[in-house]
Write a protein that binds this ligand. Sequence first.
Ligand SMILES: N[C@@H](CCC(=O)N[C@@H](CS)C(=O)NCC(=O)O)C(=O)O
Length: 359
Amino acid sequence: MNDAGTKDQERPEHGRGGTYTVKGQEFVRDSRYITTRITRDGADGYPVEPGRYRLIAARACPWANRAIIVRRLLGLEDAISLGLPGPTHDERSWTFDLDPGGKDPVLGIERLQEAYFRREPGYPRGITVPAIVDTRDGAVVTNDFAQITLDLSTEWTAFHRDGAPRLVPDDPDERAEMDSVMRRVYTEVNNGVYRCGFAGSQEAYDAAYARLWTALDWLEERLATRRYLMGDRITEADVRLFTTLVRFDAVYHGHFKCNRNKLSEMPVLWAYARDLFQTPGFGDTVDFVQIKQHYYVVHTDINPTQIVPQGPDLSGWLTEHGRDELGGKPWGDGGTPPPPVRDDERVAPGHNPLYPAEA
Ligand SMILES: N[C@@H](CCC(=O)N[C@@H](CS)C(=O)NCC(=O)O)C(=O)O
């Protein structure tokens, strides 16, 4: 038994942290994280300090994509730098194979594992993204993906851009409702697609499939009358749902067998997802090429040939969505959209319909 009271033998040889199939079993995510927080009061030893921390967030990963979106919506690019490992990782770790010399230019490391080992030698769990690294000692501060984005909203306020949206409501009732929506979105949708994809038995898959579609039908209904999940403005809940929806037809429909229908066949959810995709800060962070490479190449247990499919056609993401008819103030009172993506953080041409391949 390990420190969380679970059996280490359930972890496969290849060391993947949370995502793999165990034959005969339901997929259960390993949700033990490094939960140190970066806060204004520095209670955990890590005070908010611009220029000190580096967010490591592969574009392929939905949990990391959340952090990239929130950082951009809030305008924290100057306060927290961004490191981007390539789309695939081997049995040991994510690597900085896209960077010159194969090393992260700030941390000087080839593998994210090195930053985890600086925090805890021999770190035994998954080397996951997103992770925030302290550039002073090169050690991971946190990989607690759910807390990371909430803290960007609530602890880093002094460094938000002018016009940044309030992604986490101040009103306690609204916050409680958002937390409840996010809980359901997490268990049934964000993690629900993985539960389908990594089901280790027919029964587990059947149950996972039913749960997922029950939740997607609920969302289709909820969003029919609300422009965003919490009403008339964008919140953290939308960021969390978006990162799963944007991957749906490209990977979850086929690779994870979430195939009752495509996202593009659910009129409300598809229009909602396109609305967000076309909103600055959302679609402009998405790299469909890396997303497909990641899932189809890394998950050899469910795609042993590692063949990456050509489709689907992504041009639909830019079609009119008509959601403006529902009204709403996407950025809230006094809020404004973020400025265009900085040059050094742009998704590669041809990897996203917003950035066509150069002729
Ligand atoms: N929510 C995730 C955290 C993020 C996560 O799973 N990221 C994946 C990529 S999408 C990852 O880093 N996987 C590497 C690994 O599991 O070793 C979890 O439950 O662990």
